[in-house]
Design a protein around this ligand. Structure first.
Ligand code: DNO
Length: 355
């Protein structure tokens, strides 16, 4: 495995490449062209500039998170073929620059969903949290408003104000889209992009739905072992793979995380490893990465990745806001750096135990 950090680009991130370079054991970044709207093709020039900037810092690009999928592709709307063409062009341009990992999601309207961006924990740190009862009280159009005050002036991934302004219209596009349709539309998309992925050996890594159940009545399919195996089978190509995100699959306590990792052996191309603390079945908050701070056994998760021969990038995922840092919620420097070091420590111990 390679330890990496997510980085949004110098225009958007409060964390610098220099800081990332100084976290021992982190050698790559997972980045994106954050201001290119979903559906638009990424130009070769923009990709080259991004690559040059990262490489000048002594790091390299380990993968892209995300190349977002236009809603028309997810709904099977009239313009989907045009947007798929653009996606293929993006992949082609990434492939030519030697970038071989793309994380994306197929979540309708909202990317990940939280009800709070700054819940205060007993130690004074703040974390992202989800309380189903609170979400049930919010109308979708107000979701953005209800959390935007805690974004610290940043643009959160999946919560771009332009998209949120169109929430009502986006919802109406999903009126006739159920889970089966969403599966079919995903299949259509994957079949169309597999040739370019094969040509450049680009591994597509779908991110799970977070939380791993339907939110606001929208269909959600990348939620559990059965569904993700169905997705692997329906386009049975190694380039059709998975981002194993412990914090997303782990929202559903029926998901046995190490067991899922074993079931997906060979198809996990990227891992987001973080911990959650459950206060009840329907209320959780994002804990520190350390096992004892939350509800997951992080050792078992890392061990399952090791035992299945995982060689892709891992990134610590959302961190707590600590030491008075002001940053994009979940994406500050300090707690993610602690997370990376902890995960590297677990990996070293597992590796040495296996010698
Ligand atoms: C949240 C992230 C997601 C993820 C996308 C992938 O912090 O894990 O926004 O990047 O779902 O497309």
């Amino acid at each position: 495995m390679e330890m990496t950090m997510r980085w949004y680009g110098s225009k958007f991130d409060t964390v610098t490449l220099k800081q990332i370079r100084q976290i021992a054991g982190v050698t790559g970044v997972i980045t994106t062209l954050y201001d290119v709207p979903a559906g638009e093709a990424w130009t070769a020039d923009a990709i080259r500039d991004m690559k040059a900037e990262v490489e000048a810092s002594g790091l390299h690009i380990s993968g892209i998170e995300s190349v977002n999928v236009h809603e028309d592709i997810k709904t099977g709307g009239g313009e989907r073929d045009k947007y798929i063409e653009n996606y293929i062009e993006t992949l082609e341009n990434l492939g030519k620059e030697g970038i071989r990992l793309v994380c994306y999601n197929f979540m309708p309207v909202f990317d990940w969903t939280r009800s709070e961006l700054a819940r205060i924990r007993p130690d004074g740190s703040t974390v992202l949290a989800y309380d189903q009862e609170a979400v049930d009280k919010i109308v979708p159009e107000k979701m953005f408003e209800s959390i935007s005050g805690d974004m610290n002036g940043t643009v959160m991934p999946g919560w771009e104000p332009e998209r949120m302004a169109r929430v009502k219209e986006l919802f109406s596009q999903y009126e006739n889209v159920d889970e089966e349709k969403l599966f079919n539309n995903l299949k259509y998309f994957l079949e169309a992009i597999m040739p370019v992925c094969n040509k450049y050996d680009i591994k597509m890594a779908i991110h799970p739905d977070d939380p791993a159940w339907s939110v606001f009545g929208l269909p959600r399919i990348i939620t559990n072992k059965a569904n993700i195996l169905r997705m692997m089978k329906m386009v049975d190509d190694v380039h059709n793979g998975v981002t194993f995100c412990s914090g997303s699959y782990g929202t559903n306590s029926e998901n046995d995380l190490p067991d899922m990792i074993h079931a997906l052996k060979g198809r996990i191309h990227f891992a987001h490893v973080r911990n959650l603390k459950f206060n009840s079945q329907s209320d959780f908050e994002e804990a520190a990465h350390l096992s004892s701070d939350g509800s997951f056994d992080m050792y078992e998760i890392m061990k399952a990745l090791y035992d299945t021969g995982f060689t892709g990038p891992i990134r610590p995922d959302h961190g707590r806001m600590i030491w008075d840092e002001t940053a994009m919620p979940g994406y500050g420097l300090y707690d993610r750096a602690l997370g990376a070091s902890y995960l590297n420590g677990l990996w070293e111990a597992i590796e040495k135990n296996n010698r």
